[in-house]
Design a protein around this ligand. Structure first.
Ligand code: ARG
Length: 402
């Protein structure tokens, strides 16, 4: 019988390198490694590929997923103004489903039985990998070596690795757990596990200390077409390029840091630091344009859908039927979200300070208190009489009862 096969979500780090050897030696399974480039800061990809092969992987597929990530995943996230618990723009939660999609595709192509990931047993990412993979192909099996092996400390892992010729890092281990992609950077662990401790300044890489930002504010005009960013200062450029630019500009002005205690799906609270200047600036701009272009009841209802969307995606339900239905609602709201938003960056803040659109529902005549006023004030009287009738009736009755 042919040996069983696994597709591994490979990062090139110690854990997933050891994992290749471990799968072959302890589980007797062949390994195909997959590296997905979603814009993370990373080592040289040729080096990573070679490392996987040296560990014994049959193949190492390196995929440039950046365009797809932006166009199919971040576009949706922006249409939802997606912020988990009203704060976190879902950086890691957004990258897992695209990795899962390709892991499953490759598993099917190579007739592999297993999908393997390097997540720990108490985070959200394990759920996202597994629920995602099983939604796309319920017949696949999952291996989560970190949950299973007895290499409990980094020392034990390094000893195991050394004994089998796996190169181990000579530098001290990072005190933090980092994940990053085009949409931002996440930082956990170490001193940050004490929620009272202010984060040390050396954890930040995308954002400068807000106090040290330039004294002069900087204005940037972001153009949108059907909800998708399409231009900066009137120059048409890609959504991907716009995120990169706003990461730079926001980062320079010390904008985009988040320090929060969040509720993980597995039931614990964890202290998380995020750096997401581009994502937060784009959400700010996108919301400002929706304020101008979406009809009131639609806008109000959309807010509830946005919350649910963020929760579903955080929970790993990217491919679930509810999430797909929410996508369809969001898509129906975006055709009129066209126009420009002027953002002002300064000393850790980013504010939308101007907006304009051909689809604007802002009617100057209705809004103005000046002489161009076209609003019929006389109609308000009758409107208020009827609108307030129910509570007025209730209030009368309350008085009688007292
Ligand atoms: N708490 C965030 C989330 O669940 C960040 C996770 C970061 N993942 C990591 N492996 N370091 O989305």
């Amino acid at each position: 019988m042919a040996r069983e096969k696994a597709v591994l979500a490979y990062s090139g780090g110690l854990d997933t390198s050891v994992m290749i050897k471990w799968l072959i030696e302890e589980k007797d399974i062949d390994v195909v490694a997959m590296v997905g480039d979603v814009g993370q800061k990373r080592q040289d990809l040729d080096f990573i590929r070679q490392k996987a092969i040296d560990m014994g992987a049959q193949e190492c597929l390196v995929l440039d997923l950046r365009e797809e990530f932006v166009n199919e995943y971040l576009t949706l996230a922006l249409s939802a103004n997606a912020l988990y618990e009203n704060k976190y723009p879902l950086v890691s939660a957004l990258s897992r489903p695209i990795l899962v999609k390709h892991l499953v595709r490759i598993a099917e192509q190579y007739q592999a039985q297993y999908v393997v990931h390097g997540c720990t047993g108490k985070g959200n990412d394990q759920v996202r990998f597994e629920v995602g993979a099983l939604t796309l192909n319920p017949d696949l099996k999952i291996v989560a070596p970190v949950r299973e092996w007895d290499l409990l400390t980094r020392e034990a892992e390094m000893d195991w690795a050394r004994a089998r010729g796996v190169p181990v890092p000579t530098t001290m281990a990072e005190p933090y757990s980092i994940d990053d992609n085009i949409w931002g950077r996440t930082i956990e662990c170490g001193i940050l596990e004490d929620p009272w401790e202010e984060p040390p300044s050396d954890i930040y890489q995308l954002t400068q200390d807000p106090d040290m930002g330039p004294d002069q504010p900087e204005y940037v005009v972001v153009g949108f077409k059907a909800g998708v960013p399409s231009a900066i200062d009137g120059q048409p450029i890609s959504f991907m390029e716009i995120i990169t630019r706003l990461n730079e500009i926001g980062g320079k002005h010390g904008y985009g840091r988040i320090d929060m205690v969040e509720n993980r799906l597995v039931g614990l609270k964890s202290r998380e630091i995020y750096e997401t200047p581009g994502a937060l600036a784009l959400i700010e701009a996108h919301k400002a344009l929706e304020d101008l272009t979406l009809e009131r009841d639609l806008l109000h209802y959309k807010l509830t859908i946005e919350q649910e969307w963020a929760t579903q995606v955080y929970y790993g339900h990217w491919y679930s039927p509810l999430k797909q239905a929410l996508d369809a609602f969001l898509a129906s709201t975006q055709p009129s979200v066209n126009g420009d938003v002027r953002l002002k960056f300064h000393k850790g803040s980013c504010l939308a300070v101007g907006r304009r659109s051909d689809c604007s529902l802002y009617d100057f005549g209705l809004a103005t208190y000046g002489e161009k006023d076209s609003f019929d004030r006389n109609a308000s009287k009758g409107f208020i009489d009827i609108f307030g009738l129910s509570v007025q009736t209730w209030a009368r009755q309350q008085r009688k009862l007292k």
